[in-house]
Design a protein around this ligand. Structure first.
Ligand SMILES: C[S@@+](CC[C@H](N)C(=O)[O-])C[C@H]1O[C@@H](n2cnc3c(N)ncnc32)[C@H](O)[C@@H]1O
Length: 253
């Protein structure tokens, strides 16, 4: 990454006209593919005790992808989806029994304790203030219900799996990173696995399961990169994680 170029790209995205043009062209992720939707459903449900039939589910941040929703609705779930940007054309998904809501403020338009399960795929890493989102998710899940989040911990700007580049974002101070990416889809909050665990606990969640995907390169290769030396082994080796957590009352958290 060459910071002046990244800063120029980010400033360009500051223009709302450029941003909305880019959003129309942006492919938000893998959940527009039916096979991926079924795979993600299987991996999520394997981590929680709730049966899908009759389960009230909220998906956070579907982007353009409805295939996780389609698979869960097909298995009998009652399904809502919430996003901060309007990516879905409701006419195009009229065949789906999906309650889709958008609010750029991040406030979810449902009463406390509305859902048995809230899940998200490739969303939490893109959120500048994840503690606020986790608090809102905690509010809308019933006590004892579950939250499942798959979180990508690698760069979104190229160089995945390469020890020199996969965590290159960690070399920049926060202010510089924001200047380079704050308006771009490549923005990620750079939190490591141990920080996610702490944030989940602070928001009132008890972690019940984790599926960690490990970097293909070894710890020695990562440790040889100067700006990675101070990180814990697990925080370097985990390139993605799916966390399942049970909602506990705020007083017990
Ligand atoms: C990388 S896309 C992932 C799309 C989809 N989940 C997938 O995996 O194919 C990230 C999505 O999260 C949404 N998002 C970001 N912050 C959010 C928030 N606070 N609440 C709800 N959705 C959010 C974005 O608008 C976008 O739709």
């Amino acid at each position: 990454m060459f910071p002046p170029k990244e800063i120029a790209l980010n400033l360009l995205m500051h223009s709302s006209a450029v941003r909305s043009r880019a959003r129309r062209r942006h492919n938000t992720g893998v959940l527009s593919d039916a096979g991926h939707g079924r795979q993600v459903l299987e991996s999520f449900t394997a981590l929680i005790p709730e049966a899908l039939d009759g389960c009230a589910i909220l998906e956070v941040g579907p982007g353009q992808g409805v295939e996780l929703a389609r698979a869960a609705i097909g298995a009998g779930a009652s399904y809502c989806a919430f996003d901060v940007s309007e990516y879905l054309d409701t006419d195009a998904i009229a065949d789906l029994d999906l309650d889709y809501r958008v609010d750029s403020s991040g406030h979810m338009p449902w009463p406390d304790g509305s859902f048995d399960v809230v899940w998200s795929h490739s969303v939490l890493e893109h959120v500048p203030e994840p503690a606020s989102l986790l608090a809102e998710i905690h509010r809308v899940i019933r006590t004892g219900g579950h939250h499942v989040a798959s979180i990508d911990l690698e760069t979104h700007l190229g160089g995945r799996e390469d020890p020199e580049h996969m965590y290159e974002f960690l070399k920049y101070p926060q202010w510089m990173w924001n200047l380079m990416t704050s308006h771009r889809s490549g923005f990620v909050n750079r939190l490591r696995l141990s920080q996610w665990r702490s944030l989940f606990a602070q928001a009132g969640f008890e972690i019940t399961g984790e599926r960690i995907r490990s970097a293909r390169c070894g710890l020695d290769e990562l440790r040889a990169v100067p700006y990675l030396r101070s990180y814990a082994d697990e925080d370097l080796l985990a390139k993605a994680v799916t966390i399942a957590a049970r909602s506990v009352p705020a007083t017990a958290s």
